[in-house]
Design a protein. Sequence first.
Length: 175
Amino acid sequence: MKKYDSTRIKALFKAEKTHKEIASKVGCSIRTVEYHCCPNSKDKICDRMRRRYKAMTRDSLRHKLYQFVWKAKGKGQPPNLESVKSILNAQPACYLTGNALNLNDSQAYSLDHKVPVSRKGDCSIVNLGLCRADVNRAKADKTPDEFIALCAEVLRYAGFKVECPSRPPKHVERS
């Protein structure tokens, strides 16, 4: 964020220059001039930003859905909030671990592309998965099968017995 000389802006304002003239001389926007010269403008701007933030975080699922679509950069038809909520049952759970999720705690969960966009996945409702945030970070750009195989490999290396046989990812051909 560029900082402007507040004293110069205020001096020009006292010299009875218009906001437009001050903005052109200082090289800033008219809003910046208003911020430094008008009484209560700082409070108004801060209040406006607070309201916007509250509106955005009030429905954290809506915000996460927006991020989900934005990260995919328009690939596929984005799901709407109502279709997402209809898929989520009364007890939403992580699709990889089965752990219950609290949708009111936006830090605890994230929306995941089951098939990552980097692997030609899209933003369709079929490719959307509700997931624990830490599990989603660990999964990164892997498919669910690749992630499960990796987890089994880690557990075997740590000395645990994995009961289900590991299966190779679907895109890898057996020799």
